[in-house]
Design a protein around this ligand. Structure first.
Ligand SMILES: Cc1cc2nc3c(=O)[nH]c(=O)nc-3n(C[C@H](O)[C@H](O)[C@H](O)COP(=O)(O)OP(=O)(O)OC[C@H]3O[C@@H](n4cnc5c(N)ncnc54)[C@H](O)[C@@H]3O)c2cc1C
Length: 263
């Protein structure tokens, strides 16, 4: 089974802090990690490889330091790592990111399965998986929490819903986005991690020319959306203490909740 895993390097925090002056993310002092959902995507790919043979390739688009994320994936057992890195890719919105990843996947050639995390903890859009599948013209199943059956040409998975789950059979090649309930990611093996870090040459770095894209179609130039302003919403709290005996306080509280249309 040929499996491609899409991984993103993200800041190790779910609390995005924004510089109020520049409107950009404050990244100083924040360590980078593999996006948590993507660890589950890697684990799923490695488990399938152990069951059915084949190989796992990790692909990431990001700045040169994203090579650390790929090294870690190789430490977990991924066979091949590809970093898409070029100044031309900078400033990409989700559309341009998906296009770039899609072009790299097309260059990689035949595959059975692409596995992504459901959502990145920084961008948080959950758009990349579905957009990549759409670009490649393959079926997609999102929110996968169990891979029940893998056949020659199709697979049966369970996808999470708010109040239950759905069982979906889909043709391969397909793209899955996975949630943390799927599995328990393994730790990197020190030997493999050292190999990946020592011999970074084993991780291929592809630029715009390598994946045959025009600079105008990627990065900021290829983005359909543009950020006008980024800011952290300010919340104002008004506190009021109700005093008196319990019956009066409860009656007052209910009246106030009604008045503010909260009940
Ligand atoms: C309007 C807009 C403008 C933006 N401008 C900029 C900008 O100027 N500079 C900038 O750095 N970012 C910018 N971004 C953020 C950037 O587009 C996103 O971080 C990126 O497209 C991934 O989206 P996401 O983080 O929401 O990932 P999600 O869709 O939430 O991620 C889902 C899964 O897709 C995969 N995935 C996501 N991103 C990657 C990746 N890069 N490589 C491999 N796999 C991946 C992972 O498996 C991940 O778990 C912008 C985003 C928007 C919406």
């Amino acid at each position: 089974m040929e499996i491609i895993v899409l991984i993103k390097q993200v800041p190790d925090t779910t609390e995005v802090k924004i510089d109020p002056k520049t409107g950009t993310l404050i990244r100083e002092g924040v360590e980078s990690i593999i996006n948590p959902d993507d660890l589950h995507a890697i684990e799923a790919a490695l488990t399938l490889k152990e069951q059915f043979g084949g190989s796992v390739t990790a692909v990431s688009m990001g700045p040169p330091q994203a090579i650390d994320a790929i090294s870690e994936a190789m430490g977990m057992g991924v066979d091949r790592g590809i970093l898409l890195s070029d100044k031309a890719f900078a400033g990409a919105d989700t559309w341009a990111t998906s296009y770039t990843l899609g072009k790299a996947i097309q260059k990689l050639g035949p595959y059975d399965l692409i596995i992504c995390g459901r959502q990145a903890i920084d961008g948080d859009t959950a758009q990349i998986g579905p957009q990549v599948a759409d670009f490649l013209g393959i079926p997609q199943v999102t929110y996968v929490f169990e891979i029940e059956e893998v056949g020659e040409e199709s697979l049966l998975v369970k996808r999470m819903l708010e109040d239950g789950y759905e069982r979906v059979r889909c043709q391969m090649p397909a793209l899955l986005t996975v949630v943390s309930r799927l599995n328990e990611p393994r730790y990197p093996v020190v030997g493999l991690l050292l190999d990946a870090c020592r011999d970074e040459a084993s991780i291929e770095v592809w630029n715009a020319a390598d994946i045959n894209v025009q600079n105008s179609d990627v990065g900021l130039s290829g983005s359909l959306t543009h950020v006008i302003k980024t800011f952290a919403p300010k919340f104002k709290r008004k506190t009021e203490i109700l005093e008196g005996d319990t019956k009066t306080v409860v009656a007052d509280l209910i009246a106030k909740l009604r008045e503010n249309k909260l009940i």
